[in-house]
Design a protein. Sequence first.
Length: 395
Amino acid sequence: MPSIASLTAALAFAGAVVANPIELQKRKAFSIHQEERTTFAKNGAQSRVNTLRKFSKPVPANILAAAAAGPTGTAPAVPGDAYDSLYLSPVTIGNTTLQLDFDTGSADLWAFSSLQPSSQLTGHDYYKVDPAKKVAGATWKISYGDGSGAAGTVYADKVVVGGVTATSQAVEAATSVSSSFASDRDTDGLLGLAFSSINTVQPNQAKTWFDTVHSTLAAPVFSVALKYHAAGTYDFGFIDSAKYTGALTYVNVNTANGFWEFTSTGYAVGTGTVVKTSIDAIGDTGTTLLYLPTAVVRAYYAKVTGSSNSATYGGYVFPCTATLPSFTAVIGGVNQVVPGKYINYAPVTDGSSTCFGGIQDNTGIGFSIFGDIFLKSKYVVHELSSTPRLGFAQQ
Ligand SMILES: CNCc1ccc(Oc2cccnc2)o1
């Protein structure tokens, strides 16, 4: 049995993280967790298997099973402002870590880059392009539902999200961005998590990061836990049962339009009865609000005293002191409830006593959008199986 000192020295040499030797001597039994330097997607369980084998120790079946399962990872989702207008997550592209908006409503991974005018880069982390990694002849150009957009060229580089590595991922480097992106110093780009069929790279469409890595993950899933005025998470390759209450219930997804598109079969306002109606909707972490059919939105604000559909503010507003009813959408036959408090998005301008509704009309969009206002009360599993589906549970 090697001495504690020699074991500590050996592990320190191997670059392992060990407790203080004195601390080790105080303990009767201790476990050593060794992080290995790998170039492929990280897999903590595999590191433990390697360590136990290194010291000729038996490997418990559950650790072997987890190691064989493949990597998993978790990235934080941090509100970009006081009203959860968007959420930002750290992504390492090449050697730089940027804050990207993970967007289940689009399929381009793009970043502010060294190709832009330096005046657009103030306050940003940005991707420093390496001409050796350029994808010859490839360009991209994207427009979002809020009228913003960006365009540029394409590089193949290492992209790490939550410890999971894609060694050669299409990284769309911006050469130009719209004014709303240029003035948003917090968002360094987007990471699309919709289906690669709507990626905008030409002439050869690129894959999303999740599409690149999903076959190596422990399971072909990612799970989203956005939170109300707090940091949440994106889990990749696994479902974290500690992050929700009750059961996960599922609905099939129609991927024809490249979205996580599903049908809600009814709704209720507050304690009212469920109105059966078919609502064609997409889940979209990149959209702030909950956009619904005109009749549904009218029924909701009919229960909000002092509310009106304001031409001035471009949507339904109400007194910030209003007590808002909850909103229920029936998904997969299960009532998914959004607390009324979550439907007060923000004052129309800082300090105003008039507030802008989290529920708005979907006129002009062509479908409903279950954006952050809806998502932040749920744990949402996105399963890329042979028949893709969405799982919902209450946080
Ligand atoms: C606020 N405009 C800039 C901006 C930040 C994130 C995005 O992207 C969006 C916008 C709407 C829908 N989906 C993604 O645009």
